[in-house]
Write a protein that binds this ligand. Structure first.
Ligand SMILES: [Zn+2]
Length: 247
């Protein structure tokens, strides 16, 4: 895997991930974009003991543009996108409308009594393929493997950022779940806190270990492999399954 780093017109980072032998990635972002500024903070909800993200700019983000205006397609003459190159394999860039960001942050003036912090962290977009009408399921095994390697690279790097406590790679698919762009892509959130669901899973795992001396995840996996009926695929060290308690 070859990684090429570059900078977009407003200072955000873009990273091209290619197999060895792909053409060099040298295109420059020719767009005129306003400087990247974040007005984001997290505030603590004392009733639920949770952090809430307050981002004032996310209302203006791109929402379901026509295919010819897609910002995740490669750049072509007359249509400059988020990806300056005319082609790519897998590409990662900083989200223009992030929920978390490093760098200077201004906290809006607010009445006292609210516990709040700058939302240190980073939000990235991962484009799985330059083909607008494709999907993750249609990727070749080789390309899917490249995406997995990219997730591993980003997780390791983002986990080292100061203030980051959890890194989560995910794909939202379908308008029902709030997807605003149809191009096959995922997102990576580097959070400045451990998310509530993860916190509960860690507590469950600890309680299970205290009660049984065993790993909760290993026990769930063993149960599903024994039941067999919900196993989707098994290869090498991997098992994909739909848990019996799936919603
Ligand atoms: Zn597209």
């Amino acid at each position: 895997m070859r990684r090429t780093a570059a900078t977009l017109a407003d200072g955000r980072e873009i990273l091209y991930y290619d197999r060895d032998g792909a053409p060099p990635r040298t295109a420059r972002d020719v767009r005129e974009l306003p400087a990247h500024e974040s007005l984001i903070e997290i505030r603590r909800d004392p009733l639920l003991d949770e952090w809430v993200v307050v981002a004032s700019h996310r209302q203006e983000r791109t929402h379901l543009p026509a295919a010819e205006d897609c910002p995740l397609c490669p750049t072509r003459p007359g249509h400059a996108t988020e990806i300056p190159e005319a082609d790519y394999e897998v590409v990662v860039f900083e989200n223009r409308f992030p929920s978390f960001a490093t760098g200077p942050a201004r906290l809006e003036p607010l009445a006292p009594g609210v516990e709040r912090r700058p939302a240190a962290g980073r939000c990235e977009v991962v484009c799985f393929t330059p083909r607008h009408d494709s999907s993750f399921a249609e990727l070749s095994a080789e390309r899917a493997r490249l995406v997995v390697d990219v997730w591993a690279d980003r997780t390791a790097e983002l986990a080292r950022l100061p203030g980051v406590e959890q890194v989560f790679c995910f794909e939202n698919r379908g308008e029902e779940i709030g997807v605003t762009l149809h191009h096959p892509h995922g997102q990576i959130y580097a959070y400045p806190f451990v998310t509530p669901r993860t916190r509960r899973m860690l507590a469950s795992a600890r309680a299970h270990r205290d009660a049984t001396g065993r790993s909760l995840f290993a026990d769930v996996l063993a149960t599903e492999r024994e039941a067999e009926s919900r196993v989707v695929a098994e290869r090498g060290g991997w098992t994909a399954f739909v848990p019996g308690f799936a919603r």
